[in-house]
Design a protein around this ligand. Structure first.
Ligand code: GDP
Length: 463
């Protein structure tokens, strides 16, 4: 890929917003080192900064007024994140001080970095491919430990390697076709259609299909599942939501968008992000204002991957419960009998008879009994529906990759059909090239030079 070095120098606060122990300002571009000389006064005066070495000193504004004490490091291209010259200033964490230093950098000619621009530069410089650039983003946004591992693996290039293997196969096939185009009258058969068809099937089509299937399964790690808690008022829906949240306290992040009708939270169950919705609004009322809430709650029910149907063990099944159960029983659901602390085993068994064909989980949301068992049951149902979380899923492609993989696969199938139909070689080459172009969109790497290189490395044509 062609490298166009950036001519401008970008800067931004690299640490999280808010006050922390330290705050880091990152500067990248051709002016990074000159900027360091202007901004930073090392304690021992010096005219030269050695690359990848930490210096202690002060940072000053254009008037020479000291803004902060800091540690500074200059990292000479190309051994940096962006492959450009990079400077980092490790300052005290005050947001005001960091802003003042940043302003000074802009006054000296740096410009504010756009979102993701450091990583974009790393990609443009060819240091990382697109899948790895995306992994950086995934890593920052991962919701669970499994999500972090998925992103970290992608960052290490696991997905990239699998794509590369497929790409190399396609290039080898294209190379053969190009030779056949260049030497149409050769007596020697340059390629054998049935051998090529097998190679295509096993080395290209099957791995592509596998990656597409993985993307489908990986969605569950990236995006999670939606679990809706349904039940008539007072069965204990919000108590259950809270009990599940307490169990997962460390992983909980509050989600905006809580409405009067539904309360939404996120938890993780065995690494799967679970989007938990309490449909407080589902009531069997005639009130028109209430009806709006019911409508919204019903939409949530429709989106649910799993419905937890909650029943009050003490009150038993009432008509309203039956009505609601009737409306959800065709969905993927679990019957959860709450308030078991208030009833005897005999009463629980009697209630269980109402649901003879469904798995029942007995809990007490208030006493926090049976919550772990409920989580296990939720996990079992999700896995039964979506498939086991496997080690291989750790390199699952994302939705963007999946779309491009599907296009690549379609091009490969077209090529396969054309080959079987005995289409002319130049037409076949066009199909393979289009498959390669699609694949290149994932990593951002295919160039026609690859094909040329492969032709010459495999055959001594010029002889
Ligand atoms: P919601 O309307 O379905 O969200 O129900 P709430 O969670 O607000 O609970 C209704 C009432 O039932 C509250 O007074 C809770 O304290 C009580 N409750 C909920 N779960 C239990 C339980 O497991 N045992 C007992 N004894 N009371 C419970």
């Amino acid at each position: 890929m062609a490298v166009h070095p950036a001519t401008d120098t970008i800067a931004a606060i690299a640490t999280a917003p808010g006050t922390g122990g330290i705050g880091i300002i990152r500067i990248s571009g051709p002016e990074a080192l000159p900027l360091l000389h202007k901004l930073f006064v090392p304690r021992k005066p010096r005219s030269h900064f050695t690359s990848h070495t930490l210096y202690y000193g002060t940072v000053a504004n254009r008037d020479g007024q000291i803004l902060d004490e800091a540690l500074a490091v200059y990292m000479q291209a190309p051994h940096t994140y962006t492959r450009e010259d990079v400077v980092e200033l490790h300052c005290h964490g005050s947001a005001l001080v960091l802003q003042a230093i940043l302003r000074t950098i802009f006054e000296w000619g740096g410009r504010p970095a756009e979102q993701g621009e450091f990583t974009k530069r790393a990609f443009l410089a060819g240091r990382i491919d697109l899948t790895r650039a995306e992994a950086v983003l995934d890593l920052l946004q991962a919701q669970t430990e499994v999500g972090v591992r998925l992103a970290a693996n992608q960052l290490q290039g696991q997905l990239f390697e699998r794509l590369e293997t497929i790409r190399r196969q396609l290039i080898a096939i294209l190379a053969l076709l190009e030779v056949a185009i260049d030497f149409p009258d050769d007596d020697v058969e340059i390629f054998n259609t049935s051998v090529m068809a097998i190679q295509l099937k096993t080395e290209v089509i099957a791995p592509l299909e596998r990656l597409i299937a993985l993307a489908e399964q990986g969605k569950i790690i990236r995006e999670g599942v939606t679990v809706v808690i349904a039940g008539r008022p007072n069965v204990g829906k919000s108590s259950l939501l809270n009990a599940l949240l307490r169990e997962e306290r460390a992983l909980v992040t509050p989600l905006p968008g809580t409405t009067r009708d539904t309360i939404e939270e996120r938890i993780a169950i065995h690494g799967i992000p679970v989007h938990l919705i309490d449909t407080a609004g589902i009531r069997m009322h005639e009130d028109p204002v209430e009806a709006l809430g019911i409508e919204r709650a019903r939409q949530k029910l429709d989106e649910a991957d799993l419905v937890l149907f909650l029943v009050d063990a003490f009150a038993g099944m009432e008509d309203r419960d039956r009505e609601l159960y009737h409306s959800i029983q065709e969905k993927n659901h679990l019957v959860v009998v709450n308030k078991q602390d208030l009833v005897t085993d005999g009463q629980l068994d009697a209630l269980a008879k109402e649901f003879s064909r469904t798995e029942i989980v007995k809990i007490s949301a208030k006493e926090e009994q049976g919550i772990e068992e409920l989580q296990e049951a939720i996990y079992r149902v999700i896995v039964a529906e979506k498939g086991e979380i496997s080690e291989e899923m750790i390199c699952a492609p994302n939705t963007r990759h999946r779309a491009v993989l599907a296009q690549t696969l379609e091009a490969c199938r077209k090529f396969e059909q054309a080959m079987v139909a005995g289409a002319p070689v130049d037409l076949l080459a066009v199909e393979v090239q289009s498959a390669l172009d699609y694949l290149g969109d994932i990593t951002g790497l295919t160039t026609p030079d690859d094909v040329l290189g492969a032709v010459f490395s495999q055959f001594c044509i010029g002889k």
